[in-house]
Design a protein around this ligand. Structure first.
Ligand SMILES: [Zn+2]
Length: 209
């Protein structure tokens, strides 16, 4: 590494901080970029800057968006009283690709994970409860909440925590029916990486909590 010139070393060190990129891959990618046409590197650099500057987080579902409110939340044809709770926008994209779900989403931005010091207040749980309360105030029709956090220990604990929060709220308990995706997804599975058939099975096979 010390034999590398500084500009290459900087790129290797930055790429090496990306998930799934080890030191060897970082060096290979840096040399690939060095030998690739200027136009491609410039396009890559521009798009990397833009991803931070031009993306917003939807104020209702916290999914990545290019407006204050994402296109799904703005879509009047979607059922706003069915909310699928997921960990990340990647999960939203995976489920939208299957195409069988017509409700809205709520992106938590992670799961409760005491080992990594991520508590309930570090993800969008309060925002979810507030969103449900607003819906209940609008009218007393039932709301269906599908907890689709991953089937890991942390994902299960997060689902249980949300269910308990709702059960403890007199305003919500009787109007929110809660189910958990499950059958079809292997234990420990991450939603964003599941194939379409598996996701479709997991969605239709949800069980009441
Ligand atoms: Zn949204």
């Amino acid at each position: 590494m010390s034999l590398l010139v500084k500009s290459v070393r900087d790129v290797v060190s930055a790429l090496g901080r990306l998930p799934g990129i080890g030191p060897k891959s970082a060096i290979r990618l840096a040399f690939y970029l060095l030998n690739t046409p200027d136009s491609f590197v410039e396009e890559l650099a521009r798009s990397l800057v833009a991803i931070k500057k031009e993306t917003k987080i939807c104020r209702q579902c916290f999914s990545v968006s290019d407006e204050d409110m994402c296109s799904l939340c703005q879509d009047e044809k979607r059922n706003e009283r069915q909310i699928l709770v997921v960990e990340s926008t990647m999960d939203v994209l995976a489920i939208e690709k299957v195409g069988s779900y017509n409700g809205l989403y709520h992106v938590l931005g992670g799961v409760i994970n005491p080992l990594e010091h991520i508590g309930p207040d570090d993800i969008k749980i309060v925002e979810l409860i507030d969103r449900l309360k607003l819906l209940v105030e609008e009218n007393k029709d039932k709301i269906e909440l599908v907890l689709a956090t991953s089937l890991t220990m942390e994902g299960e604990a997060t689902a249980l925590y949300i269910k308990n929060r709702i059960d403890r709220s007199g305003a919500l308990r009787d109007l929110v029916s809660i189910s958990r995706i499950g059958s079809g997804l292997p234990m420990g599975a991450d939603l964003g990486y599941a194939d379409e058939a598996t996701l479709s099975r997991a969605l239709s096979g949800r069980r009441k909590l």
